[in-house]
Design a protein around this ligand. Structure first.
Ligand code: NAD
Length: 284
């Protein structure tokens, strides 16, 4: 494969999950009917986990994810919830625990953008992004932690009592003009994740985040769906290919597994080097 900045079609990353890495574990993934969440749900299931597939719109897509997991011999359940609604999150968590018996892994992934220049940004746009991307993660984490603490370590499946993998972004560290609500939400996820890691480690609950770079999903279609846009995007990506949802799924499987048992409180950037200040590659 060529690595020219003009490359539009790329080799797709392979799903390289070690079978049975998560055997017997129960996982909940929010926003799992699309993009990264969908790939994470399927990746966790390939590694042996039973998965609750959350959706807020797109029940049909959620059912397709469940069907794909079941067709491969796994177990999954589609569960509705608006993650920014406290009652919804409580009900979703209760349904997931009822369906699967307990919960070992949470991937609070649901997120959205409402972009505007700062002077034009409405309070509704600001609040929407914070309530889904940050408050939504907090609500899901709080409910999951109650179950992790209640139950403790299930030694037959994992040496930890619970694993949380927050979906953050490179924008937890890279400022993003025109997206102050989104960048603030992901910066908030970073400090929430590290504070949780510090608080929960004594109870053997690990909390980490993934910081995706540019990943090919519906959230950012205009950034990659024409050759011109793709070439432009590659100026920000030293590795010279867009990320695929499977790149994020592979990282999530690792962080959720006992292979990462001594890892807590980190953001694992999965970004083809986007956080390596590519503008300085030839200048500075
Ligand atoms: P996506 O639009 O394909 O998926 C977002 C999912 O979140 C959808 O399923 C959507 O329905 C769901 N969602 C939105 N509001 C919700 C709510 N209130 N309750 C429940 N679900 C809700 O986009 P994606 O790229 O797969 O995004 C997934 C996560 O990855 C987001 O947190 C996003 O910020 C993050 N991320 C994506 C990229 C990227 O380049 N695609 C980069 C960095 C971070």
């Amino acid at each position: 494969m060529t690595t020219q900045a003009t490359t539009f079609n790329t080799d797709l990353p392979k799903q390289r999950t070690i079978p049975d890495l998560l055997a017997g574990q129960k996982a909940l993934v929010t926003g799992a009917n699309s993009g990264i969440g969908r790939a994470v749900a399927i990746g966790l299931a390939r590694a042996g986990a039973e998965v609750a597939v959350n959706y807020v719109v797109g029940e049909e897509e959620a059912n397709k994810v469940v069907a794909e997991i079941e067709a491969a011999g796994g177990r999954a359940h589609a569960i509705y919830a608006d993650v920014s609604n406290e009652d919804d999150v409580k009900a979703m968590t209760a349904k997931a625990i009822e369906a699967m018996g307990t919960l070992d892994i949470l991937v609070p992934n649901a997120g959205l953008q409402r972009d505007a220049a700062a002077a034009e940004m409405t309070l509704e746009q600001w609040n929407k992004v914070i309530s889904v991307n940050l408050t939504g993660q907090f609500l899901c984490i709080r409910e999951a932690v109650k179950e992790f603490v209640r139950r403790g370590v299930r030694a037959d499946v994992s040496v930890a009592a619970g694993k949380i993998v927050c979906m953050s972004s490179v924008h937890e560290v890279i400022p993003w003009a025109g997206h102050i609500n989104y960048a603030a939400s992901k910066g908030g996820v970073h400090m929430m994740m590290q504070s949780l890691a510090q608080e929960l480690a004594p109870q053997r609950i690990r909390v980490n985040a993934i910081g995706p770079g540019a990943i090919r999903t519906p959230i950012n279609t205009e950034a990659w769906n024409t050759p011109e846009a793709y070439t432009d995007l590659m100026r920000l990506v030293p590795y010279k290919r867009i990320g695929e949802p499977e790149d994020i799924a592979n990282a999530a499987v690792f962080l959720a597994s006992d292979m990462a048992d001594y890892i807590t409180g980190i953001t694992l950037f999965v970004d083809g080097g986007m956080t390596c200040y590519p503008g300085f590659a030839t200048g500075g």
